[in-house]
Design a protein around this ligand. Structure first.
Ligand SMILES: [Fe+2]
Length: 390
């Protein structure tokens, strides 16, 4: 190989040349123009803010137009947007009482989280499943929200999986350092560097990060800090830990106050960090939604079977009253896995024409159509799961 000159460029980001801070500064100096996002109600600190009308008041074409804007924002715009009054306050208030009891029951074994020691923060990991098991009615009211479904599918397509964690930050709670999120935000710099450039860039298409405000969040309580447009920096997963990039984040981040029930949605590659809670009286609480593409792997596992067991009776009632309403469809998408693979093709061969075998969501839809009771639908899900094993 002596003297061999390979004309093919490296698939990796170079180890000997650090990412360019000046390029990053230029990228992040853009301004969000209101004419680019005509359906937004306002732009605050470069972040488009949307006031959502009742879902059923909009024809599908207008919902699709909103989804186009959101997709564009996440991909090649500021990378973050806010939806006002996304979930009704009574639903949030009821859900908060469930969270409070879950936190109390877990307190004895609290170990803190990856950004803060136990005390200032409370976390509920997998709040999604715990909520469903603790109180199906408020879980159903929450996750049948057609807006959650429309926002998730705008970025990920229809077969997403919702996971959620609650984060409660008390007065005095410290800020996080600027970072990017799952997938590569949970790997070391060395592990990240081993992935090809395009793989690093592509991971942002596999997750939508969101937070639903479960308390009012005035600026002093430290709502999430964002660096708009930073998701487009290709070497961002290499750069975000470097001191000069951290410093620029500290100088340049923006945040907007939120009210209980608002949602904030962002590309996982956007530089961001939770703020410091400098109030004496606000317990800042968010349900952090991490919604995964069918083509990605979730961070937490969600077992659909016990959730369907708890929610099936009410879902059947909703279906009888509403038919295939947006709420029924949103709940089906929240409960079941929308993707048919991995599976066992000996036992579950492709359908005619090479089409995928049924997914969990398909089973739920069939169960509703055929009027299956809870035992019947659970039997179908268990059979599918058994036949999918290697
Ligand atoms: Fe984060």
């Amino acid at each position: 190989m002596n003297g061999f000159h390979n004309p093919i460029p490296s698939r990796h980001f170079p180890k000997d040349t650090p990412p360019s801070l000046s390029d990053f500064k230029i990228l992040c100096s853009k301004t969000t123009q209101s004419k680019e996002y005509p359906l937004a109600s306002s732009i605050q600190s470069n972040i488009p803010i949307y006031t959502l009308p009742p879902f059923s008041s909009l024809p599908p074409s207008q919902i699709s137009a909103l989804q186009d804007e959101w997709h564009q924002i996440l991909l090649s715009g500021p990378g973050v947007f806010v939806t006002k009054a996304t979930l009704p306050k009574p639903t949030i208030t009821l859900t908060n009482t469930i969270y409070t009891s879950i936190i109390a029951s877990e307190l004895a074994t609290a170990k803190g989280d990856h950004f803060s020691s136990a005390g200032n923060n409370s976390r509920i990991w997998n709040s999604f499943s715990k909520h469903a098991l603790a109180d199906p009615p408020s879980f159903i009211a929450y996750y049948s929200s057609p807006w959650l479904s429309a926002i998730s599918s705008a970025w990920l397509g229809p077969a997403y999986r919702i996971t959620a964690q609650v984060n409660l930050v008390r007065p005095g709670g410290a800020a996080q350092v600027g970072h990017r999120d799952y997938h590569l935000g949970f790997q070391t710099a060395e592990a990240t560097a081993a992935y090809p450039k395009v793989t690093q860039i592509a991971t942002q298409l596999l997750t939508l990060q969101g937070a639903v405000a479960h308390s009012d969040m005035p600026l002093a309580s430290g709502p999430t800090r964002f660096l708009p447009f930073s998701q487009m920096f290709e070497a961002g997963y290499v750069a975000y830990r470097m001191p000069e990039f951290q410093e620029f984040f500290q100088e340049s981040f923006v945040s907007v106050p939120l009210e209980m029930g608002d949602g904030v949605w962002f590309n996982p590659a956007l530089f961001h960090a939770a703020g410091e809670n400098t109030t004496t009286d606000v317990e800042r609480c968010a349900n952090l939604l991490q919604v995964s593409s069918a083509f990605g792997r979730t961070m937490e596992s969600v077992d659909a079977v016990p959730l369907v067991e708890k929610c099936w009776g009410r879902l059947v009632e909703m279906f009888k009253e509403e038919g295939w309403s947006a709420e029924v469809e949103a709940l089906v998408r929240a409960l079941g896995d929308g993707y048919s693979f991995p599976t066992n093709l000996d036992r579950r061969p492709p359908q005619p024409g090479g089409m995928a075998p049924e997914s969990e969501q398909d089973v739920l839809r069939r169960g509703l159509r055929d009027g299956l009771d809870v035992k019947g639908v659970l039997r179908e899900l268990e059979t599918m799961r058994e036949e999918s094993k290697a």
